[in-house]
Design a protein around this ligand. Structure first.
Ligand code: SF4
Length: 333
């Protein structure tokens, strides 16, 4: 039986950090076992906030592709590509935007929040593209007849909008597009180095592209239990960010020893952080080695993206033939 199809992408508005890895990428790697997967770097989406600085998008795109491949997205099993290299996304976006009511876009809960947050950074977000990005997202998904989209709870309203747009399209032009479903998956949550959500805008992230010195420096400066002022003060692992990282990376049996040592003030924070640095490098050793090797072989990476885009275009074009016909585009005698 043909596998069902999954589609997901990462916006090239920034580098990928450990929060992105544990929140999405790690899960995508597993999905490849059960689904036919399409994974892309959304560089057009990044233009909604970075249109004045497109050079950054190209840099991020390169780094994100390296992250994808190093973390285990497998070009033999999945199509891995860059959004702007599959022009059919833009064509479907144009057509879907004709039938999407503006109030549907204005009511997306994140629209006003994001506009408010980003406005404080001095960015101009009054563009048509920024308002319309959920339509581009709907095109990204429907162009591949995706059955499932892996999402977190916070992204459900976006997917619901895609489903509404698809339903409206099918109502107007006949059953043509597939209505995608959410693939709600459990994922690990990792706080930022200061305890807030890990985010590039908070400056509290460890990036998959960080070199050894940067990782070491960031982890050694992570915020710990604020009540543990002196070495002899007992600590509370449950409020410590370093311990949250140990939870993910400590070898079996060691976590309870760290917990105990912290509470009894037998383990100092500096030693605890040094241990974290070592376990982190062990946990990510293979990924970081693969990343370095790929970074040194840009020709191979380009080949993978070419093959991924070719596969994506083939599927996307089949959808567009149906869509153009459904919308009565073009004319032939
Ligand atoms: S010993 Fe470790 S777990 Fe305890 S407060 Fe210090 S860094 Fe956190």
């Amino acid at each position: 039986m043909a596998k069902q199809r999954v589609l997901s992408g990462m916006q090239a508005s920034g580098l990928l950090h450990l929060g992105n890895y544990h929140g999405a990428l790690e899960n995508w790697v597993r999905l490849q076992d059960d689904y036919e997967c399409f994974f892309f770097v959304a560089d057009w989406h990044a233009l909604t906030t970075l249109f004045q600085d497109p050079g950054k998008i190209r840099e991020h795109t390169r780094e994100i592709v390296l992250d994808f491949l190093a973390c285990g997205l497998d070009p033999e099993r999945s199509a891995i590509f860059v959004q702007s290299e599959v022009l059919q996304h833009a064509e479907l976006f144009t057509l879907l935007s004709m039938l999407t009511p503006v109030p549907w876009l204005e009511r997306v809960p994140t629209y006003k929040d994001k506009q408010r947050d980003l406005a404080t950074s001095g960015k101009d977000l009054s563009s048509f593209g920024f308002l319309g990005y959920p339509v581009l997202q709907a095109a990204d998904i429907s162009i591949y007849d995706a059955n499932f989209v892996p999402v977190g709870e916070d992204q459900l309203p976006h997917l619901e909008l895609t489903r509404e747009i698809v339903r409206r399209f099918n109502f107007l032009y006949g059953d043509c597009l597939v209505e995608p479903k959410a693939l709600l998956t459990r994922h690990k949550v990792l706080p930022g180095l200061d305890g807030r959500k890990m985010s590039k805008s908070y400056g509290n992230a460890v990036y998959l592209s960080d070199d050894d010195a940067a990782v070491r420096q960031k982890l050694m400066n992570a915020v710990t239990d604020p009540q543990r002022q002196r070495r002899k003060d007992p600590g509370r692992p449950e409020v410590c960010n370093v311990f949250a990282y140990h939870r993910l990376y400590a070898p079996a049996g060691r976590l309870s020893q760290i917990d105990d040592g912290c509470r009894r003030a037998e383990l100092g924070c500096v030693d605890c952080k040094k241990e974290l640095v070592e376990t982190f490098f062990r946990a990510f050793g293979d990924i970081r080695a693969r990343r370095r090797a790929l970074a040194g072989d840009p020709g191979r990476v380009r080949q993978i993206l070419d093959a991924g885009a070719a596969r994506a275009r083939e599927v996307a074009e089949r959808t567009m033939i149906r869509v153009r016909e459904a919308m009565k585009m073009g004319w032939r005698p």
